[in-house]
Design a protein around this ligand. Structure first.
Ligand SMILES: *[C@@H]1O[C@H](CO)[C@@H](O)[C@H](O)[C@H]1NC(C)=O
Length: 348
């Protein structure tokens, strides 16, 4: 006691300060796993993302800061990279204003957003809704507004590594389905992407393109994931990876003179199809999965139509027969079912 009292006050204060600094330092460094520094850039977003869904953008989308989303160094080369994403860096993006033919289904936007929020909460993914009415896309067809939404998702979520753009008319059917193990990990890509498969432009028999996906691909280069139905690629369910290639592709798709300003029945879908058919470079970076992997349709044979265990069902084209509401309610009631309902018929 007396020894302590004998020490000058300044020394005691200094000693306590040093100990405190060390405690604080070790406390914070201890919280961060080593892999964080090895694999990820600093700058984690810790505040929840604020969207601007109730305000229109102040001008043409390409002039907005959201369009200029950033790409980190490791993703800035065309050589690409391969790694397994963290669950929280996967953004499930609903780009919609809730209108269009989907409005035939009562409360469709609220219901599917709730469905997606729960799916994301279960796995630790990030669910995001962006109001497509707020983008100024000139005179182009409204479905083009999905593209500025993808850019805004990357902008709002600086750590997002994959943005999964899914249409509103989709129900998640298998809540346990793991996007990383089944779709996004390098092993899943190697296992599942279709090699040397015709890229379609209408039905294969009527209009063979004689252009196939690569016989072999480098998994590091795969930046976009998509599926084809019986006619063409379908952008109703598409994955985009944060990379220089993805930024370049979005720029090319939205080229107003060549693509976006032209009259294309399939809008952004036709733009992507066109670029894939025309450019080997694009084919090297766009992976095609079998359709039912993440874009099973409400109707169709074993390659196309929803079967037990599929991740989701997409009501593509349901408005043609006016069946949207009926089919939606039927599938909504079967979400997460474990019984035999739509088994493989083995006929395809
Ligand atoms: C979507 O954006 C438009 C245009 O900015 C706005 O008028 C509308 O209210 C927004 N919708 C919602 C549900 O916030």
């Amino acid at each position: 006691m007396q020894a302590v009292q004998a020490l000058p006050r300044k020394t005691i204060i200094l000693a306590i300060s040093i100990v405190t600094i060390f405690i604080v330092l070790f406390r914070f460094y201890g919280d961060v796993p080593v892999e964080y520094y090895r694999n990820y850039a600093p700058g984690e977003a810790i505040v929840p993302v604020t969207t601007n869904n109730d305000r229109p953008q102040p001008g043409y989308f390409k002039a907005q800061p959201e369009w200029d989303w950033s790409v980190p160094k490791h993703a800035a080369s065309m050589d690409g990279y391969a790694r397994t994403p963290r669950n929280r860096d996967i953004v499930v993006l609903t780009a919609s204003d809730g209108g269009g033919h989907n409005s035939a289904i009562p409360n469709v936007l609220d219901r599917v957003l709730d469905d997606r929020d729960k799916y994301c909460a279960k796995h630790g993914y990030t669910s995001l809704w962006l109001n497509t009415s707020r983008y100024d896309i000139g005179d182009a067809h409204r479905t083009w507004s999905k593209i500025p939404a993808v850019a805004e998702a990357f902008h709002l979520q600086p750590n997002a590594e994959w943005v999964w753009l899914i249409d509103t008319d989709i129900i998640m059917m298998t809540p346990d389905y793991d996007l990383v193990d089944e779709i996004l990990s390098p092993a899943a890509l190697k296992r599942g992407l279709m090699r040397d498969t015709p890229i379609l432009d209408g039905q294969l028999k009527k209009n063979p393109t004689h252009i196939n996906t690569p016989k072999d691909f480098r998994v590091e280069e795969i930046d976009i994931l998509i599926t084809q139905d019986h006619q063409s690629v379908n952008t109703g369910s598409t994955f985009f990876r944060r990379s220089a290639f993805t930024r370049w592709l979005l720029e090319m798709m939205t080229d107003y003179t060549m693509l976006m300003g032209q009259e294309h029945g399939g809008a952004e879908q036709d733009a992507l199809k066109h670029l894939m058919l025309e450019h080997q470079l694009v084919r090297n970076h766009v992976g095609i999965y079998p359709q039912r992997k993440f874009n099973a349709y409400v109707q169709g044979g074993d390659n196309m139509g929803y079967r037990d265990g599929d991740l989701l069902v997409h009501f593509a084209g349901c408005w043609v027969g006016g069946k949207c509401q009926e089919w939606f309610e039927e599938f909504w009631g079967k979400k997460g079912h474990k019984d035999v309902w739509k088994p493989l018929t083995g006929s395809a």
